[in-house]
Design a binder for this molecule. Sequence first.
Ligand SMILES: CSCCC(=O)C(=O)COP(=O)(O)O
Ligand SMILES: [Zn+2]
Length: 218
Amino acid sequence: MDSATAAAEISPAARLAAAEGLVAIGAQMHAAGWSRATSSNYSVRLSADPLRLLVTASGKHKDRLTTDDFVLIDESGGAVEPDALKSSAETMLHVVLARDAGAGAIVHTHSVWGTLLSDIHGPEGVVTLAGYEMLKALPGIKTHDTAVDIAIFPNTQDIDALAAELSDRLKAGDDAVRYGFLINKHGLYTWADQLDSARACVEALEFLFECEGRRLKL
Ligand SMILES: CSCCC(=O)C(=O)COP(=O)(O)O
Ligand SMILES: [Zn+2]
């Protein structure tokens, strides 16, 4: 199938709805202080086979996104359509999450608390969130009486290498990458089957990071 045919398979209505959802997420994440200064990237999967993701273009202010600020990409992370904007520098993380975690929507944030916790717990490679009622906002969790590990990867500018490491851990069924992961002194990636659920995951994890951070401070 050539790229023009594949692009044509995504209905304009579905693409527009996804873009509108991501514009709204950008406004919300920015208002929460989690996507400042052009940081963050977001995507929605529009097709699983062939893989097609609508991902934010690189370098955009997330409080001012328009429905034109997105790029339709394929399983290689390349733009499907001609004359596309440059997709997020972290596009390959979205590809791996959609492909290997079955994510339907992916949200990456740069919060203060997540960034600080990733630094403090960086040497252990994991932060554990235990006993909080808010854990029940994560998919499949039914009780506060549980503990969730969130992996912390070293930060790197080699996104292909990070994507490969992430892929290995997802394929191995590593519990510490089940709900999300942190990148050291960088931010959070989390995902779900659809955008509303991914939003709940971000809100829950950022709440829990703030609880952990404030607890350490107290
Ligand atoms: C200003 S934040 C540095 C880049 C980054 O981490 C990020 O999330 C945004 O990168 P993008 O290429 O998606 O704009
Ligand atoms: Zn980032």
